[in-house]
Design a protein around this ligand. Structure first.
Ligand code: ATP
Length: 782
């Protein structure tokens, strides 16, 4: 095999301007640590049998902390052996527990137990297989995956006998916690709670999971257990902070990755311009999938084991097919050594792919992001990422699959023809130089907390002491539930007084609205659901809908019944919906007056209507046409923060009137982009509307609103720090070196108007005008 970097440098693209940046990182030696004294010889031999003869320092450190009862999060690179951090102490605890376990205050025999949580069912099942491989037929470990696929007998066995349960937060929320009395034996012994892949618990979903974990802790405590939490996260900023927010506990972090890594180089690659023309005659680049296929063929023909990440299943198949065709022309025998991987494989199929890659029978694999969870592939020679995967942390994780001992490895980002990707490959410092993002969540969000307080009260009466556990916002939440007549206070605490199941009131994965069901017309199979608020834009008639990497076309969408009938298809185009949005102020709750400008917080009705969709040719992005749609107007009543500027103040800035709408729109986008820094939300949890003259205020107004019905606390946070927020927004726009606006400053990836109109310089002028008023004004909300 030749060196992957040398091979890349010999491709024509390396010298014709496609290779924009190449950055090398030195090899890293492993740092080993002694096995903890409490790990017995048999367990050590079992680890060695799976390839781990010696422990890496971060594994030993995290395992020691967990063993000592300290909550710990391990946030190290892909395949750095994070699972040893919990396997060592948890297996040891179960094996050394004697059958004469102590009894707790409730008279229940306390034999230790372990709860393992993964974000998906498939991953929990994989970890069950990994645990079985480690402990073999040792009957002291009685493990069970508990999920929606269990038979009645399996579930019964798990309740009666299992001491290691692998499940997901959804099942905990809906089943295990509400029927905790049946799981009393298991909960009473809870010694370790393992939360794997914690970087998935972010935004509103993360906030829900945070309360599910608090409910778990409360019930475990009621049975006399005080488990140690061991969390595993992909590399992320401030992992201890996120883990503490997630669990409500003080969590220590282990972040120094001691696993060995070979030398690795990162390349940023931009496909070349081609002869075709896009919308309005704009130049078009070769598609990222075609480019990745070419690179995959080049690398495989040099014997380099390469993984190509592609966003859709169809894209992955295109890359593999094209690479095979290219290889077939020159090295017929290599063509068969390129395969595809997608979600939905059986565990045995996944293991076979892992082995084929490891042993070199397979040299190239094109995959969707489905590979991110549940497949153990590392130590490859090269990774190609086709299109920026959304966060630097996700890119780092994909690149982390490349890295061999004793040789160099390569990670290449191939840009798609869109503004965000283009910006990033031209600004390596923004991508490779910047730290990875933190996993943001906000458990104090009052709209998330209420449903979990209700569920908790039904599980067992809520007490004053519990309010501290649920954290800021809990008291207000309980009071609101009492006022609504759902909870009643008695001597022992607050009780749930309704007849229905409180847990059913909360869908931890939904962002609100009745979910639309997506049904495959050919098989009648329910493929999944889309949140009500997003269905019009994603599954309208004619929409190309990608579900777990598979493409479908929507044949019929019924917005009233919430059903979309789809057919598996692989059209040569993509679709994107166009939306018209309007906003009306329902009530203004608070106002900060800054001389002639003002900032307000209140309730709004956001009306949106999906009016058409645009078809674009896959790859080239060429616009094929716009199709009108007849869909209802949707109204979301929610919280918003807004600021206003009177027309004469705007005119005095000298900004040309035709630029004002674009200036307000650009300021809105930038403000939305910056709020997650201040409000621990996700960009997708909020939305915005801006107008040069709003009928309710009579002035230029920029609104930023929560994307959840009833609000989610983000706009409120924005209002509380509005002055600081606007200053930061202004700085972010002004310090961006792009000439006319880019995704780093004023372009938004989720704009319903395709980022039209936008004026970057205008946005700075408007923000300066507001901030000037604020410096004149007497009251400052910041
Ligand atoms: N100390 C060690 N020495 C050698 N190999 C090890 C060691 N620890 C773990 N491994 C191997 O590394 C691989 C990855 O381990 P593991 O799945 O625990 O990593 P991870 O960090 O949880 O991975 P992911 O990033 O995919 O979540 C496994 O094949 C495992 O056997």
């Amino acid at each position: 095999m030749t060196d992957p970097v040398e091979t890349l440098l010999r491709t024509p693209g390396a010298s014709d301007g496609r290779l924009l940046h190449l950055q090398r990182e030195d090899a890293r030696q492993a740092t080993y640590a002694a096995w903890p004294a409490w790990v017995d010889d048999d367990l050590r031999r079992r680890f060695a049998g799976l390839g781990a003869d010696t422990l890496w320092a971060h594994q030993a450190e995290a395992a020691e902390r967990a063993r000592a009862g300290r909550h710990v999060v391990v946030a190290t690179g892909t395949a750095s052996g994070k699972s040893a951090a919990y396997l060592l102490p948890a297996v040891t605890a179960l094996r050394s527990a004697s059958d004469a376990g102590q009894r707790n205050a409730n008279g229940l025999r306390r034999l230790p137990s372990v709860l393992y949580l993964a974000p998906t069912k498939a991953l929990a099942r994989d970890q069950l297989a990994a645990l079985d491989a480690l402990v073999g037929d040792d009957r002291r470990i009685r493990s069970a995956a508990v999920d929606g696929d269990n038979s009645r007998e399996e579930r019964q066995w798990a309740r009666d006998h299992a001491n290691w349960i692998l499940t997901n937060p959804d099942l905990l929320h809906r089943t295990l916690l509400p029927s905790h009395a049946r799981w009393a034996r298991f909960l009473a012994g809870l010694q370790y709670v393992v939360v794997d892949e914690t970087h998935h618990y972010r935004g509103v979903f993360g906030s829900h999971v945070a309360h599910v974990l608090r409910r778990l802790r409360r019930l475990a405590a009621s049975y006399g257990a005080d488990p140690t939490f061991v969390l595993a996260s992909a590399t992320a900023a401030e992992p201890a902070r996120s883990a503490s927010l997630l669990t409500g506990l003080e969590v220590s972090e282990v972040v120094d990755d001691a696993a060995p890594r070979g030398e690795v180089a990162y390349a940023l690659w931009e496909p070349p311009l081609i002869d075709a023309r896009g919308a309005d005659g704009a130049p078009v680049r070769r598609s990222a999938t075609t480019e990745s296929a070419g690179l995959l063929a080049d690398l495989v023909s040099a014997g380099i084991r390469t993984l190509a990440f592609v966003r859709s299943r169809r894209g992955a198949e295109t890359v593999a097919l094209a690479a095979r065709a290219m290889l077939g022309e020159v090295h017929g025998d290599l063509a068969d050594r390129v395969g595809t991987y997608r979600g939905g494989y059986l565990p045995e199929e996944r293991r076979a792919i892992e082995t084929d890659l490891r042993e070199g029978r397979l040299l190239g694999l094109a995959t969707t992001n489905a590979l991110e969870l549940g497949i153990d592939i590392a130590g490859l020679d090269a990774v190609l990422t086709t299109g920026f995967p959304g966060t630097r942390a996700a890119l780092r994780q994909q690149f982390g699959r490349a890295g061999r001992r004793g040789g160099s490895a390569l990670g290449v980002l191939v840009a798609r023809d869109d503004p965000l990707d283009t910006y990033l490959v031209h600004h390596p410092e923004a991508l490779l130089g910047a730290p990875v993002e933190a996993t943001v969540l906000d458990p104090s969000n009052p709209h998330v907390i209420a449903g979990h307080l209700a569920a908790a009260a039904q599980e067992t009466a809520l007490t004053e002491g519990d309010l501290e556990l649920f954290g800021p916002g809990a008291r207000d939440g309980v009071e609101a539930l009492v006022a609504a007549g759902w909870l009643r206070r008695r001597a022992q605490g607050w009780f749930w007084v309704r007849r229905d199941r409180a847990a059913d009131l909360v869908d931890i994965r939904s962002v609100g609205g009745q979910a639309t069901q997506i049904v495959d017309t050919e098989t009648g199979r329910l493929l999944g659901t889309v949140d009500g608020g997003r269905a019009d834009g994603e599954v309208h008639d004619g929409a190309v809908y990608v579900h777990r990497g598979e493409s479908f076309v929507v044949e019929h969408y019924d917005p009233h019944d919430g059903v979309a009938l789809v057919r598996a298809d692989e059209p040569d185009h993509t679709t994107s919906a166009r939306t018209v949005t309007d906003i009306a102020i329902v009530a203004e709750h608070e106002q900060t007056v800054w001389d002639r400008a003002s900032a307000c917080f209140g309730e709004v009705d956001v009306s949106t209507q999906v009016v058409s969709y645009v078809r674009r040719r896959s790859g080239s992005g060429e616009v094929l046409g716009e199709v009108p749609l007849d869909l209802p107007v949707r109204t979301l009543r929610t919280s918003a923060v807004w600021w206003t500027l009177p027309g004469d103040v705007v005119a005095a800035t000298g900004l040309a009137p035709e630029l004002v709408p674009g200036a307000a729109h650009a300021a809105e986008h930038a403000a939305i982009g910056l709020l997650p820094l201040l409000a621990t939300c996700d960009r997708w949890d909020i939305g915005g509307v801006s107008t040069a003259m709003h009928p309710d205020t009579g002035m230029l107004t920029v609104f930023v609103h929560d994307a959840l019905p009833g609000g989610a606390g983000f706009a409120r946070r924005g209002y509380d720090v509005v002055h600081h927020w606007l200053q930061t927004t202004r700085q972010a726009i002004a310090s961006c070196t792009c000439p006319d606006g880019c995704p780093s400053c004023v372009q938004s990836p989720k704009c319903g108007n395709g980022n039209h109109p936008l004026s970057k310089t205008g946005a700075i002028v408007l923000l300066d005008a507001v901030l000037a008023q604020a410096s004149l004004g007497s009251v400052d909300a910041a």
